[in-house]
Ligand binder design. Sequence first.
Ligand code: CUA
Length: 311
Amino acid sequence: MLWLPPQASTTAQYVDPLFYFILYTSSFFFLLVIAVMCLYVWKYRRKEDGEKTSSIKGNHTIEIVWSIIPTILLVIMFYWGFKNWMELNVPPGNALDIRVTAQRWLWTYDYPKDGITSPELVVPVNTPVKLTMSATDVIHSFFVPQFRIKKDVIPNRYTVVWFEATEPGEYPVMCTEYCGTGHSRMLSKVKAVSYAEYTQWIQSGGGAEKPKEGVSLTEYGKSLFTKQACNTCHSVEGQKLVGPPLNGKYGSQDELEGGKKVLVDDNYIRESLMEPTAKVVKGFPPVMPTYKGKLDDSQINALIDYLKSLK
Ligand code: CUA
């Protein structure tokens, strides 16, 4: 309906009716008050010079009516909202546990039982999923519009949010807490799939993370470049984003903070992925997160190969 994105979770099914109730109630009274005001401004305007304002002492009936009706409406909104709030904040006991880590400017999902780390959140439909979230640097906020869930992700503390996807599909995950230059590009995806597909994904070790048959190393690197959100901070077309553009880098000299120069080769790229602040390119902030533990050797090779291919 009006303004809200399609519903894709059970949360949406109980959040939306309350949202519309508040929206329509407020709109109705806003229009009523404005209409009556305009009508009276016209009706009781001064019609001739020297006309005296009538003296009105009050009207109990009207005062009682305009106190009781809003009170009832507010109590309904409070009770309804409180019930929804409880629902939103208490995950079912059988929920699937997934860890979410937010950092400038990417999301990482850990499946503790299966030892999988993924840049995308893959979940089975019709299954409650509990997300335990934390941030490594500043405050971020986890938002999936189609699921109607949003929760701050905070350093040094865990926050929890849960949902049950009802429709298979891909839904955007957004950061809704301003967290620096890369904030608007801090995006990822939730993929809601059937239980069978989910099991298959888990068994393949987070499937999408392995190179497919018949895909060249360069192409694999290219897909990782987006999947791992490198493109959030690094352009491959020459623009400066948060980090330096990476086209034409391989084989060139990088000028570092402090004036030293370094040749961009395989080892330098590897080091920049594992220990990003070891060598910081001049004119850029030392904000890149480490990819240690997030990329295996074949993935690092693929990324290096992709960077080599960029002119
Ligand atoms: Cu993270 Cu905005």
